[in-house]
Structures are given as structure tokens and as C-alpha cells.
Design a protein around this ligand. Structure first.
Ligand code: COI
Length: 356
């Protein structure tokens, strides 16, 4: 194993930072100046390096393109009030990445290899961590099968790239969502609990149909007649019913969101009751009719929390009450932001702090 503490760096000739309007950050559009790259060959991870962010060359036969061995993570780094930078829940993201790699028959990445690469990149591109409400440096670790041959097999070669880019708010306004009752995102025993590329590719078609019908996103279900809710678009989903948070329990069809987990821990801390249990779309209709459904929101790294304005279950449209700064989702997001920016004590030890 090659240690990554002295990762060789090739600096960019010309930073692109002056071309960025930090007040108008479209998600995923702008990349920072550098990227971390390592490769897997002959049974080990090797050649870690940081190079200018640029196109890469891969064979048209690269196995990831044909058979989908490709997994990623979504992480964030924040500018703290004292000028330091915090990277959020590195160990939890690494743990989830390992689960994804394992399920997709891809080689594990040692924690120190991951952690060193991440810190080296964020340190080098620290000027790209934006300041201000809702802004952060989104970090995208990506691993894919790079061996060039189209025989159906587990790849023996991989590329591990960490890239990053400044982002602002993911969803500008509360969402109108549709409970998807034709297509499903995941099946029992499948890959739904992993962050593999195919999960996202498979969701585009139903999401596009929903958009054509005027919705922003879909609410995925387990495909049963009960329409038990699973996720919302690319996020986990939480409801407030009778002043308690209700959210589907993790399973092999639901991605274990780090934001979901953080919000549930914060809710416990704030003495808000949490129920991780099945919740059917029809229960949501009934709870709305008797005034008990007061909030519904997505939770994910990119979006943090994404309040939902309406939920359409077959022909029935649930209208959620308006959100205010006292709404549970807003309270939780404020607390999360306070921890990440150093405004509140990091009691859960979530921050990896890089000193300025
Ligand atoms: C995230 O929330 O970080 C995700 O990975 C979901 C999406 C942006 C792909």
C-alpha cells in the first residue's frame, strides 16, 4: 500500500476561480482547479496524485461503461465562521462507500487513502469553499471500472477520482411531488441501498415523465398496493405527523443517507420524537385530511432539507401547510448548519477541520 500523506501535486497553470460568480452557483456546473486521482491495478490502489481538473482518457471498452461498475459519494466542505474549513462526516461517507463498493464487487478503499486524498484536495482548493448561507464545496468521490475489455467480468482495474465544485441551494422552492405508482427505484435484494450510478440512470425516465406532468420530483414506493414510501427523488424523505418525525426505516431498497442520519440524531437531541417505520401514501392522505400531516421534506447531501409543498397520490393532491422558521425541518437544518460552520458545538464529532 502506498501511503498518501505525500501526495504529488501538479498545480494548474491558471486558476479558473475568477470566472465563477459565487452568487449564482448552479449545482454541478463549476469544478475547482484540481482533482485527486488514483488507480487500482495488480490488486492494490496505487499512484495517488493531485492534478489539474481536466478530461481523462478511457478505453471505449472500459467495463464501467458497459456493465455499470461505478459508485460515488456526495460530500460537502463548509467555510466555518473562524475561517477554517470543515468536511462533514468523512468516516460515515467512507463507510457507505465501502458498502457500495462491496455490493458492486469493487475493491475496498482504505480509510487513510480516502481521507488523505480528500484533505489534500480540499486544502489545495480551499479558496473554492464558498462563504454564505446554503453554500458549500460539494465533493464527489467517484470509482469506476477502467479495465478495457467487453467480456462480461468483474474489472481488475479501477480509477478513483475525487473532484469538487462550489454549490448553492439545490432546490429554490418547496417541491411538488408525485407518488410514483408505475415505476420503482429499487427491488429487495437489489442495489438500492448503494450509491451506484445505475440507480440514478434508472430513475431519470420516471422523473422526466413526472416533470412533463408538472411535478418537480417523484416519491418512490416499494411497489406494493400499500404504496409504502421509500425515497424522494435522490433524497431520503421525512414527514411530520402529529408533531413526530416519521421516516421509512432503512432497508436494502433505501440509501442510508448521512443527512437523514444527522437530522434524526439532531431531532433526538431536540427531544423531537422520531419513528422509523413504514408509511404508506394512503396514511399520508388520511393524516393530511385530519390535520396531522404538517411537514414533508427530502433530506440529502446536495439539498440538505427540501420542503415539499404538495404530494399527489393517484388523483388526490395533498397540500402541506406553509413552512416557517419554526418548522421542524428548518429548525433541524439551522442546527446542522450551526455545527458545520462552528456556530454550535460539534457534539457528535462530525467535522474534520482543516485549519486556515
Ligand atoms: C447528494 O445528495 O449528494 C447526491 O448524491 C444526490 C444527487 C445530487 C445525485
Amino acid at each position: 500500500m502506498i501511503l498518501t500523506t505525500n501526495i504529488p501535486v501538479t498545480h494548474t497553470f491558471k486558476s479558473a476561480i475568477s470566472e465563477i460568480d459565487f452568487n449564482n452557483l448552479e449545482f454541478g456546473k463549476h469544478m475547482s482547479d484540481h482533482m485527486f486521482v488514483a488507480r487500482y491495478a495488480d490488486g492494490e490502489w496505487c499512484d495517488p496524485k493531485i492534478v489539474p481538473f481536466a478530461d481523462i482518457t478511457i478505453a471505449p471498452t472500459a467495463l464501467a461503461l458497459h456493465y455499470g461498475q461505478s459508485v460515488f459519494e456526495g460530500m460537502k466542505a463548509f467555510k466555518m465562521d473562524d475561517g477554517n474549513i470543515s468536511i462533514f462526516r468523512v468516516a460515515s461517507h467512507h463507510e457507505r462507500l465501502q458498502k457500495s463498493l462491496n455490493r458492486m464487487s469493487m475493491p475496498a478503499i482504505p480509510f487513510s487513502f480516502f481521507d488523505d486524498g480528500l484533505k489534500a484536495l480540499v486544502n489545495l482548493d480551499h479558496a473554492w469553499v464558498p462563504e454564505g448561507e446554503g453554500k458549500s464545496l460539494y465533493i464527489r468521490p467517484l470509482i469506476f471500472a477502467s479495465e478495457g475489455r467487453f467480456g462480461v467480468k468483474i474489472s481488475e482495474e479501477y480509477l478513483f477520482i475525487i473532484m469538487a465544485g462550489p454549490v448553492g441551494s439545490f432546490y429554490p422552492k418547496p417541491l411538488n411531488v408525485k407518488v410514483e405508482d408505475t415505476y420503482t427505484r429499487a427491488a429487495q435484494g437489489g442495489t438500492g441501498a448503494t450509491k451506484c450510478a445505475g440507480n440514478y440512470g434508472g430513475s431519470f425516465y420516471p422523473t422526466q415523465l413526472a416533470r412533463q406532468q408538472g411535478f418537480d420530483q417523484v416519491l418512490w414506493t416499494d411497489g406494493s398496493d400499500e404504496l409504502n414510501i421509500e425515497e424522494s427523488g435522490t433524497m431520503n424523505v421525512l414527514f411530520v405527523i402529529d408533531n413526530c418525525i416519521v421516516t421509512p426505516p432503512l432497508s436494502d431498497t433505501i440509501l442510508g443517507g448521512i443527512t437523514r442520519d444527522s437530522l434524526l440524531q439532531l431531532a433526538n437531541d431536540l427531544k423531537i420524537e422520531v419513528h422509523e417505520r413504514k408509511v404508506s401514501a394512503f396514511e399520508l392522505v388520511a393524516a393530511s385530511e385530519n390535520g396531522k400531516l404538517t411537514e414533508a421534506f427530502g433530506a440529502g447531501t446536495a439539498a440538505i432539507t427540501a420542503p415539499i409543498a404538495t404530494i399527489t397520490v393517484k388523483e388526490k393532491k395533498i397540500m402541506l401547510p406553509a413552512y416557517s422558521s419554526d418548522s421542524i425541518c428548518k429548525q433541524l437544518e439551522r442546527r446542522l448548519t450551526a455545527i458545520r460552520t462552528g456556530n454550535a458545538n460539534d457534539v457528535f464529532k462530525w467535522n474534520t477541520v482543516l485549519l486556515k
